[in-house]
Design a protein. Structure first.
Length: 310
């Protein structure tokens, strides 16, 4: 089934609307919460004056200092020191487990893709460089994203046209992230919630020492929960149908408890190292959590407060 549905996806349209309505300082503050706002020494797009020079072909008009230009009698631009990182890596698990179904019928991959669109919208608005990395057990694909948000959407949707027919390999994804040389570049890792467990923490702790680190966890439906409207239930990793006799109240409760214990333990570990987790069971819920993050984008809020539970 094709996942290129952005033209009729209401969440994507809400992201687009948000992108055009937010002021840049709000965008910077919101993303600063996720990466630890710091002075990077990079030029362009920040709030601290760094240098004044003559306008050159290709400079953005928003960098022109009109008062200085009037004084000097020629166009002058201001280069400002960036307060945040200028490189963002969006790493997406594309293993077949991501074909799992969420309670409202969405696939996990659709929710994860929309969540990455939310990050991309803000990062591109801030003029960051964005790279998309797709990982399963057979391949790692890096796709540099050029242009604005519409181009990112097209790039992402085109990349996800391929079937999800290989198992996930989250260890390989984290290993790739560990090899990224741009220190302080923000990393956003999107997968389904069941893949996030404390056994991954040694690598994650290492990543958090060199990069602002954020996880997106998609909560899929409990395969043992009795949901008659959905008919038969298929296990995403194996592709096998779940027998009806296994879908009992006791079995459902056991799976729910295990999932809750696993994600809460993982969340606590992330909080200790200053990383963040945004998790939800639908694109709409994920968008609402993102809006909550933006509303918290005020100076003085500790980064660890952005860890949100479903």
């Amino acid at each position: 089934m094709s996942r290129r549905r952005s033209n009729r996806d209401p969440v994507r349209r809400r992201i687009e609307s948000l992108d055009t309505s937010l002021r840049l300082p709000t965008v910077r503050r919101a993303l600063g919460l996720l990466e630890g706002e710091h002075s990077s020494g990079r030029r362009g797009g920040g709030d601290e004056r760094a240098d004044l020079r003559a306008y050159e072909f290709g400079d953005e008009t928003r960098m022109i200092d009109w008062h200085a230009s009037a004084r000097m009698g020629r166009p002058m631009v201001v280069e400002r020191e960036r307060l945040v990182t200028s490189k963002v890596w969006l790493l997406l698990d594309v293993g077949r487990e991501m074909s799992g179904t969420c309670p409202d019928g969405e696939q996990a991959i659709q929710v994860a893709a929309n969540a990455l669109c939310m990050f991309a919208s803000l990062c591109l608005r801030r003029s960051d460089e964005v790279d998309l990395v797709l990982v399963d057990s057979s391949a790692i694909r890096r796709i540099p994203c050029q242009g604005g948000f519409a181009r990112f959407e097209q790039t992402l949707d085109r990349a996800l046209e391929s079937p999800l027919d290989q198992p996930r390999n989250l260890e390989a994804l984290l290993g790739y992230a560990a090899g990224i040389q741009d220190r302080q570049a923000m990393l956003v890792i999107a997968t389904d919630q069941s893949a996030l467990h404390v056994d991954l923490m040694p690598t994650i702790r290492q990543l958090a020492t060199t990069h602002p680190l954020n996880f997106i966890g998609v909560e899929t439906m409990n395969p043992l929960r009795q949901q008659p409207p959905m008919g038969s239930v298929t296990d995403a990793p194996s592709g096998r149908k779940i027998p009806a006799f296994l879908r009992t109240a006791n079995g459902t409760q056991a799976v729910d408890l295990h999932r809750r214990y696993q994600i809460e333990a993982f969340s606590r570990e992330l909080t200790r190292i200053g990383a963040s987790l945004i998790r939800a069971d639908s694109s709409t819920a994920m968008f609402n959590r993102f809006i909550h993050l933006l509303s918290a984008g005020r100076p003085g809020i500790p980064m660890r407060q952005t860890v949100m539970a479903a």
